[in-house]
Structures are given as C-alpha cells and as structure tokens.
Design a protein around this ligand. Structure first.
Ligand code: TYM
Length: 339
C-alpha cells in the first residue's frame, strides 16, 4: 500500500478541570506557541468532555473553560493563526470516539497507568468515561489527521495507544486512512514536579496549593511558594550530574532552565555553588518576570467572557471544516449507510 501523505498538523488539548499551572505551561502551552510559529496547521482544544470523566460543578466548568481559553491566548496563541475551541462544540470528537471504542481492546485500557492512578483503590466506582478516556483522546487527535502532538511526559502512554488504535483501524479495514501520530515530548521541562515533593508531578488535583504555581497566582504568591519549596541542605552543583539524586534541586533548576531558555549546564554555570537561600529569589524573580504578563493578560481577557465565547465558537466552526469530512469518510469505511 502506498503511504498517504498527511498535511503537517498539530493537535493538542488541556482539561478545564482546575487552574492552569506551571507544568501545563512549560510541558505544553509554551510549546503550543512555538509550534504555532512553525510550518504546521495548529489546532488547540479545551477538552471539556474529558474533564467530566470526574465530577465537575457545571458553573465552575464553564468558568474554567473560559479561563483556559484566556490562558491560551495570554500565553501567545493567536486565534487568527491557530484554531482554538472547546471540545463539546465539535461533535465529531465524540462520534469518532464511539468507533474507536469498538476498535480499542479492554486489555489496552486496563494497562493505562493514568486510569489506575486516577481511579485509585475504588476502580469499580470510577466512571465508565474515565476508563474510555484514552479512546476519546485518540479521537481528538485522529479526527484532524493530526501528525504531531505536543504534550508533557505524563501523556506518553496515551499517545502510544493512539498509534495502536490508528494502526488497528487501518489494518482491520485494509486502509491507510489514519496517520501514525508523532508525540512531541521534550523541551527543558517535560515533567515539572510538585514543589512539595520532587517525586510527584505538579498537578491541579494535588490537595496542596503550595505544591504548584498557578498561572493566576500573583507575584507574592509565586515568591512565597518558591521560598517554601522543599529542597535539601546542599549547595547547588556546578554540573548536571550533581543533580542526579536530588529530585527537588533538579526540579527547580529545570524550571529555571525552561523559563530562562538556558540549558541546565548553562544554568549551573551561573548558579553552581550557591545555596538555595540565594537561588530561590533568583528563580522567583524570573518566574514573576515571565508569568505576570500572562496573568495580567488573562485577567484582561476574562473581563469580557462574551468575546472568549465568540473566539471558541468561531474556532469550532473552523475545526468542523476539518472534522466533518474525516468523520464522513470514516463512516463510509466502516460501512454506515448515509447520503
Ligand atoms: P492535562 O489537562 O492533564 O494537561 C495538559 C497538558 O499539560 C501537560 N502537563 C505537564 N507537563 C509537564 N509537567 C507537568 N507537571 C504537567 N502536568 C500536565 C500534560 O502532559 C498535557 O500535555 N489527556 C490530556 C488532555 C488531552 C489531550 C488530547 C492532549 C485530551 N485529548 C489530545 C493531547 C492530545 C490531559 O489530561 O492533559
């Protein structure tokens, strides 16, 4: 079979289930902006259908959806260059997900570590949506024939599953219809860790707000969280190898590296030998310098929610120009009768 040439297209999404935090920013959002400036069509989605796999208060969900959209734009995504919208306004995501529910195997889903983590000990009581979630994620990507997906490291397994679903669909139906998508995981901070525990990732679901820097934290909150961040008593090393068994120190240096654009060696050339008492204020200043313009712009955008809704609705219309023909063709391949 000849290989189909797919248009280079980026898709990625963020859940509106909590505050946007530094992990989302460095692992995903900042890189969405970089890819917008490269030779790709870029499609970025606020995945509200994903969020309700665990309980969301409806009013909060509406608010958070607009907040994430404001965060996208404040970070540098341009609604004229990238397609920005919320998932539920493009029904083809859920429609293709149903087909994929019939392609993916239960055993594949049972291996998903994120399901095991999120469902916890009481997996019997988790929603069916939480279990099927990776199949919706595969649909988000493949309903655009997306070729590249920028994400943080925690999404790697879901992207491998997306490739498995595409390959099984193509194989079962004897077609070369869905691309085998490339995960784009990298940058200086593909896995930002909690400020309270260097072995846990920074997450909006952590009970402690001190564990993360939110994009809507003010300068005082950012400085306080960094000042109180867990560290060890040693001075910073002068070379990257010296961070190996020091997860908290490594995390703070990587955050500094990602925010400054210097690589880790470059950062350590500057700060090696310093105590945390001297390094933390440098990090806090840098974080405030990079993040406060985003916070200010988010606030400004959120003062006009009707404009945010207009941007998402416009993005959804443009998204459907891509998704509707791909879904129609999928239905034909599968054997659904329709005009
Ligand atoms: P979500 O909403 O949990 O996170 C959004 C993005 O932020 C990244 N991220 C991190 N990166 C580095 N360090 C961290 N501590 C950190 N925490 C979060 C995530 O890797 C992600 O890139 N299932 C996805 C949303 C989704 C999606 C998709 C992504 C749904 N459909 C299709 C890509 C393509 C999720 O829950 O991300």
């Amino acid at each position: 079979m000849t290989q189909t040439q797919f248009t280079p297209r980026v898709f990625s999404g963020i859940q509106p289930s909590g505050n946007l935090h530094l992990g989302n920013y460095l692992g995903a959002l900042k890189r969405f902006v970089d890819m917008q400036e490269e030779d790709f069509e870029t499609v970025y989605c606020i995945v509200d259908l994903h969020a309700i796999t665990v309980w969301q208060d409806p009013e909060q969900l509406r608010q958070k959806t607009r907040e994430v959209c404001a965060g996208f734009i404040a970070s540098g995504l341009d609604p004229a260059k990238s397609i920005l919208f919320n998932q539920s306004q493009v029904p083809e995501h859920a429609q293709l997900a149903w087909i994929f529910n019939c392609v993916a195997r239960i055993g594949w889903m049972q291996r998903m570590t994120q399901f095991k983590d999120k469902a916890g000990k009481n997996a019997e009581n988790a929603s069916l949506g939480l279990f099927a979630y990776p199949s919706l994620m595969a649909s988000d990507i493949l309903v655009y024939h997306a070729t590249h997906v920028p994400v943080g490291e925690d999404q790697k397994q879901h992207l491998e599953l997306t490739r498995d679903i595409a390959a099984k669909f193509n194989h079962d139906y004897g077609v070369d219809f869905f691309p085998i998508t490339e995960p784009v995981i990298g940058g200086a901070a593909p896995r930002v860790m909690s400020l309270r525990d260097g072995s846990k990732k920074m997450s909006s679901s952590d009970a402690s707000d001190m564990s993360r820097i939110n994009l809507n934290d003010d300068a005082d909150a950012i400085a306080k969280k960094i000042r109180k961040a867990k560290t060890d008593p040693e001075a910073l090393p002068s070379e990257a190898a010296g961070l190996e068994d020091r997860p908290e120190a490594r995390n703070l240096v990587r955050i500094y590296s990602a925010l400054s654009g210097l690589d880790v060696d470059g950062v350590l050339a500057e700060v090696g030998g310093k105590q945390f008492g001297a390094f933390k204020p440098m990090l806090a200043d840098l974080a405030v310098e990079k993040l406060s313009p985003i916070t200010t712009e988010m606030d400004r955008l959120l003062a006009d929610p009707a404009e945010i809704d207009r941007i998402m609705s416009d993005g959804a219309k443009r998204a459907r120009e891509i998704t509707a023909p791909i879904l129609r063709r999928t239905y034909e391949i599968v054997g659904m009768v329709g005009a």
